[in-house]
Design a protein around this ligand. Sequence first.
Ligand code: ATP
Ligand code: MG
Length: 424
Amino acid sequence: MANIQAIRGMHDILPDQTPLWQYAEKTIRDVLGNYGYSEIRLPVVEKTELFKRSIGEVTDIVEKEMYTFDDRNGDSLTLRPEGTAGCLRACLEHGLLHNQVHRLWYYGAMYRHERPQKGRYRQFFQIGVETYGMASADIDAELLFLTDRLWKRLGIRDKVRLQLNSLGTIAERLIYRDALVNYFEQHLDALDEDSLRRLKSNPLRILDTKNPAMIDVVKHAPELMDYLGDDSRQHFQTILDSLMDSGVSYEINTRLVRGLDYYSKTVFEWVTDELGSQGTICAGGRYDGLIEQLGGKANSAIGFAMGMERLLLLLETLDLKIENSVDVYLIRVGENAEKVGLRLAEQLRTDIPTLKLQVDCAGGSIKSQFKKADKSGAKFALILGEEEVAHGEIGIKSLRDAQFEQQTLVMSDVVNFLHINICA
Ligand code: ATP
Ligand code: MG
């Protein structure tokens, strides 16, 4: 019988990959902490209606990417394709939006039925950030500072670029939409099938096309920037000034419209040229209208989501040496040594709570145990044979420093030795 395999597009993260993930996750948590953001934990499954109402019916996600199923009572449920809707649902449900300001983040798996390829999977991890109750452009700037700081701390600032645009208010966008439809209607021959469909349902999405044959027609389309009112213009300019002021470089990309319906004013993406067409590692924007759309009182909201797999692909290009290693590896040879060694290891972990100590529990010759000790990344091997046990002693060998002579210590001196040589 053939072995059962994982679902296409859903990947295991194996033990040799997790240290880099943990490093990235910790760095992100640290930076979020620097700005006073709090974690929120949300369900992986929500009512299908939530995503239809928030993301919008005419979007790639709702039209063709959702994992939707009926549960046993016949309710339609969906594995979350993104976190914004669920986060807002939770905050409305628990009354967190009433006269309050929030800076939140969440982390977890998202699900979209897309064609799997490098940087695009059916299960992928996102770090999402959502803020509520702040209308000022300072919070828009803060999110950009925060992400800029994160790239610097991870050492990838020179691999990413910030692209910004303003989508204006919903009213401004409606006027622009008419102008855009008018323009495309005069160039129907140049539109592909997807775009012809979107012309009726969501014409702004045509600007987002990845079809090279349409570059020209899109390039000459009217620009939303020319349709913004004073308030939207001022909001955008304030962000640009703050970025200039702090030396964060950016590019204005007037074609950046984002896939989702709910954005207004600021939208942004951090993009890289190193991952082929899956070049967006972080994307977000302001979505002031969504809270009302989900039944809450009008309120401000802005956030972003970062794709962890794409971030990890970028980090892998740095060749960082981040491995899961231990400090000490205990080699035991002989029945008495096994018994005494197991007890000793427990005692050492009690005496030195930060110690990372691995005991060889698979046995084998001393040579094969040394091989495993070396692979464990440990600095020192402790060696316990029948002779050492008989004398109440233990051998110590450095696995990294050839100058260090192998020693034999009285068992009671081991704690002291490790304190000085490992935990100091
Ligand atoms: P794309 O244009 O690449 O499809 P998107 O606009 O659908 O992206 P968002 O919904 O804004 O993406 O999600 C935010 C981030 O999550 C993306 O910038 C990307 O880094 C990551 N992401 C989105 N979809 C996937 C996926 N299928 N696999 C891996 N990462 C993804
Ligand atoms: Mg997508």
